[in-house]
Each structure stands twice: as structure tokens, then as C-alpha cells.
Design a protein around this ligand. Structure first.
Ligand SMILES: Nc1nc2c(ncn2[C@@H]2O[C@H](COP(=O)(O)OP(=O)(O)OP(=O)(O)O)[C@@H](O)[C@H]2O)c(=O)[nH]1
Ligand SMILES: [Mg+2]
Length: 426
């Protein structure tokens, strides 16, 4: 079965804890602090590749986890940072954060990378905290937690040309004669159950062609196999709508598919399209002419009607050339109207306010802000020195001043971060 939507849990590595340690040397009575820093946790990165065509490998994957950073050691020894976990995904994969349904990454190009979950920074060891007033710091930071997310991967094929049509229309046969693909071809409907991709070289350019399973009436509402695959052709530049020329009613055949394209959420009916009569080796010229005339009464003027025989290799080159031409013209148009709109690849934490203080209820205050929350996440609340350091930082950032202005009293609670990264008593 072809898999094109999967849900996976992603966990970046935690940062290693910083170390509290004091030098012990012979003949030196009091050694200075020499606790090393923790290493950074690994990021979870996804990288687009043309070597994968499906998301099937994720079917049995429960969690993708990068390694944690190591803790700091004695004698200023820094913990090792973990390696990033790089996961290949097919070109055409869209990654969504299921928490808020936001698109985190949209992979349209081979080799593109995006950080899906960021590893936690390692905590500083106590060697970092010497100052003239604090000669013997008994404080080290904890490593920051790595990001954990539940994401949905959805794959949409990124092909130039999409082949649509009723089952048995001759889509796979066409693909097999114009490209390197060798899809299964047979005399019964629904031979093709998963999309086939092929590359055709024409007029000096390579075109990626997607042959999707046959559509039937109602496909856009989930009937048959079609609707899953309608999504795939949403990114094609042009659709070739194939119709069996030996059909008793080519107009009904045309309308059945056209109706699905119109009903599709992806606005497929607005795409450039060529209507293609297939298997013309089985028809004489008069009959072919009749079929074309019947179609020309219903097909929009903007969509040319062409004819091919995959078996006799007739008309296939002309058809491809025509399609290539449309694609090149589209690219020129795009270049003219390019507005440099970039796809959101990585969402960065761009808190603009440095911090905010608000009252949750009497005796309970909330402090938010990117930097202070970062420090709060790295504080070891079991350690009084760690808590004191956090208080120092709040003092320096001017947060304490604001708390006093808002009438904080000794014994009141200060919660840091909406997610409550930690709370301390004033
Ligand atoms: N005579 C003749 N037969 C053809 C031609 N093209 C396709 N056929 C036959 O039509 C039948 C269906 O062809 P396929 O290419 O499998 O059709 P399809 O549109 O991919 O069908 P599904 O995968 O079921 O949607 C096969 O028996 C082919 O041999 C052609 O140009 N001439
Ligand atoms: Mg087929």
C-alpha cells in the first residue's frame, strides 16, 4: 500500500548538564572551580531526497530521537555534543506541527534541509561563573531540554506533468513509451495502484511525469482510489487528460473526470491541460474525427485536443513537445512576476518583547520572555545556588524592579514561562 500521510513523534536531544567541581591539587589548598560545560543535544533534521518516493519507512516508526549531549566533567572537560539526526524524506514532503497545524517545512528541492526539532543547549559548568564577588561558585546550569513535537508528514509528488483519466485510458502505456519508467500495464481497470514516476527528455529538458491511479466519478469525495492521489497532481504544471478514443461516449468520459477536477479542493480545474485521445491505432480517421468534434463542443478553448497511440508510437513526441512548451512559457511568466515569496522553512523563535511581568492572581506573578525562559529551563531548582543565580539574572534584566513596581511581597511566587519552566519564591 502506498503511504503518503504519516504521523511521527520527533524528539531532539537534551543538552548535557554543566558540572560543579573544584580543582584538587597537591599542595594547593583551595582549587578554583573547574566544572566543564555540558554538550549540546542533537537536532532532528529532515533532508529532501529524490531517492525516496514514499513515506512508507515511517509506517512503523514511533519516534525519531536524536542523542543527548554529555554532561560536563571535571578539569574543565566539556561534555560531547550529540550528532544531529538527519532523516531523508522524499522531495514533495510537507511537515506540519500537529500542536498548531503550522507548516514547519515544505521540501520542494532535492537536498533541502530544515531543523524540525532543535536540540537543547548544554548547561554551563561552574568554571563559567567565577567573578570577583563569587570566587567559589557552587552552581552549574542544567542542560536545556530538546524540543519534542508530534509532526505529520504529507507527501505530494512534485512532477511537471500529471496524467489523469479513467481507469484503462492508457496512462501507464503512455508513460512507458515516453519515459524510463516501466509501469505495469494491463487490460483491466485499476492496474496502477500507486503513482508511477518517469522522466522524459524532450527539447533539451527533462520532464518528470506522474501517472496516478485511474480516477472515477466521486473521486474528489473519496470514491475509488483517486482522491488520495488528486493531491499529488496539485503541484503539476500541466495535466494531460487521457481519454480512450474507442469509448462509446468520450464526452461522458471527459465530463466524469473534469467534474472531479472542478470539485477538488486543490483547484485542479484551473491548471493548464491538454485533452488527449488515446489508442488511435484502433480507429479509422473518420471515427477519430467524430470523437474529436464531439469533444470540442465541451472542452474549454484554452485546452487543446490532441491524439496519440502509445502502441504505434504515434503523436507521443508531439504531445510531449507541446506540454514542454507550455511549461517553459509558465516558467518565463513566473520569472517575470516573481515576488521572492519564500516558503516557510524554519520557524524561529522570534519573541520581540524582551520580557513581561503579569499578575496571575494575588501573590502569584508570571514572567515571560525568550531569554529569561531559557535561563529558567536551565536552572537546577534543587540547588540553592542555581536559584540564586536565576534571581541575579532577573535583577540584572530589570525584572525584579518591575515585580516590585507591581507590588510583589516576600513569600509571593514567581512563575517563569506560560509552560511553567520553573517557579521561585520572592
Ligand atoms: N491498441 C492499443 N492499446 C493500448 C494503447 N495504450 C494502451 N493500450 C491498452 O489499454 C489497456 C490499459 O492500458 P494502461 O496503460 O494500463 O491504462 P491505465 O490508464 O494506466 O489504466 P489504470 O492503471 O487501470 O488506470 C492495456 O491493455 C493497454 O495495452 C494504444 O496506444 N493502443
Ligand atoms: Mg495504469
Amino acid at each position: 500500500m502506498f503511504i503518503d500521510i504519516v504521523t511521527v513523534k520527533i524528539a531532539a536531544g537534551n543538552g548535557g548538564d554543566g558540572k560543579v567541581n573544584f580543582r584538587h591539587e597537591k599542595y594547593v589548598e583551595k582549587g578554583g572551580p573547574d566544572g566543564g560545560d555540558g554538550g549540546n543535544g542533537g537536532n532532528v533534521i529532515m533532508q529532501a531526497t529524490r531517492n525516496e518516493n514514499t513515506l512508507a519507512v515511517f509506517r512503523y516508526t514511533k519516534e525519531l530521537k536524536a542523542e543527548n549531549g554529555q554532561s560536563g566533567g571535571m578539569r574543565n572537560k566539556h561534555g560531547r555534543s550529540a550528532q544531529d539526526l538527519v532523516i531523508p524524506v522524499p522531495v514533495g514532503t510537507v511537515v506540519k506541527d500537529l500542536l498548531n497545524n503550522e507548516v514547519i517545512a515544505d521540501f520542494t528541492e532535492d537536498g533541502a534541509q530544515a531543523i524540525i526539532a532543535k536540540g537543547g543547549d548544554g548547561g554551563f559548568g561552574n568554571a563559567h561563573f567565577t567573578s570577583s564577588v563569587r570566587q567559589a561558585p557552587r552552581v552549574a546550569e542544567k542542560g536545556e531540554k530538546g524540543e519534542i513535537k508530534e509532526v505529520q508528514l504529507e507527501m505530494k509528488l512534485v512532477a511537471d506533468i500529471g496524467l489523469v483519466g479513467l481507469p484503462n485510458a492508457g496512462k501507464s502505456s503512455f508513460l512507458s513509451v515516453v519515459s524510463n519508467a516501466r509501469p505495469e500495464i494491463a487490460d483491466y481497470p485499476f492496474t496502477t495502484l500507486t503513482p508511477n514516476l518517469g522522466v522524459a527528455d524532450i527539447s533539451g529538458i527533462s520532464l518528470l511525469i506522474a501517472d496516478v491511479p485511474g480516477l472515477i466519478e466521486g473521486a474528489s469525495k473519496g470514491k475509488g482510489l483517486g482522491d488520495t492521489f488528486l493531491r499529488h497532481i496539485s503541484r503539476c504544471q500541466i495535466l494531460l487528460h487521457l481519454i480512450d478514443a474507442t469509448s462509446n461516449d468520450v464526452v461522458a468520459d471527459y465530463n466524469a473526470i473534469r467534474g472531479e477536477l472542478v470539485a477538488s479542493k486543490e483547484l485542479l480545474a484551473q491548471k493548464d491541460a491538454i485533452v488527449v485521445l488515446t489508442k488511435i491505432d484502433l480507429l479509422d480517421d473518420d471515427l477519430l474525427q467524430m470523437q474529436k468534434e464531439a469533444l470540442s463542443k465541451v472542452v474549454p478553448l484554452a485546452h487543446p485536443i490532441m491524439e496519440i497511440s502509445a502502441q504505434a508510437h504515434k503523436g507521443t513526441k508531439e504531445l510531449l513537445k507541446y506540454a514542454a512548451n507550455v511549461i517553459v512559457c509558465q516558467a518565463d511568466e513566473m520569472a517575470k512576476t516573481e515576488n521572492n515569496e519564500e516558503l516557510p522553512v524554519i520557524r524561529l523563535n522570534n519573541n520581540v518583547l524582551p520580557w513581561r511581568v503579569s499578575i496571575i492572581k494575588k501573590g502569584r506573578y508570571l514572567v515571560t520572555g525568550h531569554r529569561i525562559e531559557k535561563f529558567a529551563r536551565r536552572t537546577d531548582y534543587e540547588n540553592v545556588h542555581g536559584v540564586n543565580r536565576l534571581k541575579d539574572i532577573m535583577q540584572k534584566m530589570g525584572i525584579t524592579h518591575e515585580l516590585i513596581k507591581q507590588d510583589i511581597q516576600p513569600g509571593d511566587t514567581i512563575v517563569i514561562g506560560e509552560q511553567n519552566y520553573g517557579q521561585i519564591t520572592y
